[in-house]
Design a protein around this ligand. Sequence first.
Ligand code: PLP
Length: 230
Amino acid sequence: MEQGRALAERLGRIRERIALAATRAGRTPGSVHLLAVTKGFGASAVRAAMALGLNEFGENRVQEADAKIPEVGPGPRWHLIGHLRNKAKRAVALFEEIHSLDGESLVAEVGRRATDLGRVVPCYAEVNTSGDPGKHGAAPGAALRLLERARLEGAIRLQGLMTIGPLHGGPEGARTSFRLLARLRDEAVAAGLLDRDAGLSMGMTDDYEIAIEEGSTVVRLGSALFGARA
Ligand SMILES: *Cc1c(COP(=O)(O)O)cnc(C)c1O
């Protein structure tokens, strides 16, 4: 089927580029995980990706995910990658992991809802490394405090840090952002706020190779994989 073949070709090229970027940075390709971002695409795109062996999917809105996840059915692991407003309860029920823990009140809310459900949620703390005013996430100077706060929640397991590269600024702007996130991760590890093997969720379609060169452990790819969103 046409859709499946196009997807297989894109996935093959992405895997090659991930491997090359990792190798350039002296890393093993297996240290970079691919999160397939299906926002704007339906359950059939998820199934086509599953048929190619992909198992980790990202959505940025609870409402869209709430319709899609039951339609897809059991199998994949779902990650929330977008800002949460007032749907923390639903999010904790739907998603295995949350990449967008972006403030102290959300930490408290996710902690409470996860405790209610008797589960421990792996989370990344989001940092606004670009200073773009429209972006969510802790300011770089407040990132360690956000981690300190999250560590008080027994139902949150900190996986690392997450960021979205700058909207403008080109490759060098992206590199500056990703380098800052890696430095904050190192500082948090040194301060005992993150485990030594803590990850970095960074890199999207336009900047994932740079993110890998700067230490990304999870690249979140939508249009590179599924094509342009409508
Ligand atoms: C949409 C989105 C992505 C994927 O974006 P692409 O440019 O399509 O790869 C990754 N991360 C977040 C937080 C997103 O909202």
